[in-house]
Design a protein around this ligand. Structure first.
Ligand SMILES: Cc1cc2nc3c(=O)[nH]c(=O)nc-3n(C[C@H](O)[C@H](O)[C@H](O)COP(=O)(O)O)c2cc1C
Length: 177
């Protein structure tokens, strides 16, 4: 059984990104994956001053990523970039220097925003940083999703958008299998 960590770049209750994450998790679980959503909202902001004696939340998060076979990142767009909480999580698990737990993992990378371009600029910014971290990404289809009327209260109703997300989950399963 493969373990997949789905990392949600929004801390919002009823997050659209989490709604997408839940649809993908359902598909993965049907394909016998173990799915976890590592907490990133509790991670103290990264500072090199804490590296010698890291906060327990950093250690737990690094362990969760290290024990994952594969990853999915889902982020909203904030001011044409991806979110600060997600950057903080990426930085924390990239250290100590030479011991990054990201390197070599396979990942799906998704943006979700109500804007017309579905957070595509955040997506590309995130993909650039993941490339540096040596994360092997599923590049096609490019997955920027406009959060349309099918999104409500942290859920996605049945329809084209949900079907498209499920079809992406299948491509992701092929990519990591
Ligand atoms: C500080 C801030 C900046 C934002 N900037 C953008 C943006 O550049 N592009 C965009 O499409 N949406 C932008 N939004 C809207 C968010 O993408 C929207 O609130 C989204 O639903 C947040 O994701 P979530 O539903 O997963 O929490 C911004 C929202 C906030 C709070």
């Amino acid at each position: 059984m493969k373990k997949c960590s789905i990392i949600i770049g929004s801390l919002r209750k009823n997050s659209n990104c989490m709604a997408v994450g839940k649809v993908i998790a359902e598909s993965l679980e049907k394909a016998d994956f173990e799915v976890v959503f590592p907490e990133i909202g509790n991670l103290p902001l990264f500072s090199e001053d804490f590296e010698a004696n890291p906060p327990k939340e950093w250690t737990a998060f690094r362990g969760e990523i290290a024990s994952s076979d594969c990853l999915i990142f889902i982020t909203p767009e904030y001011n044409r970039g991806y979110t600060a909480c997600l950057k903080n999580a990426l930085d924390i698990a990239s250290r100590p220097q030479g011991q990054s737990v990201w390197s070599g993992k396979r990942a799906g990378v998704i943006s979700v925003s109500p804007g017309k371009i579905g957070g595509a600029l955040a997506l590309n910014q995130l993909k650039q940083v993941l490339s540096f971290l040596n994360v092997k990404q599923l590049h096609q289809p490019e997955m920027y999703i406009q959060a349309d009327a099918s999104f409500s209260g942290g859920m996605i109703s049945e329809g084209l958008t949900k079907d498209y997300i499920k079809s992406y989950a299948q491509k992701y399963i092929d990519f990591v299998s």
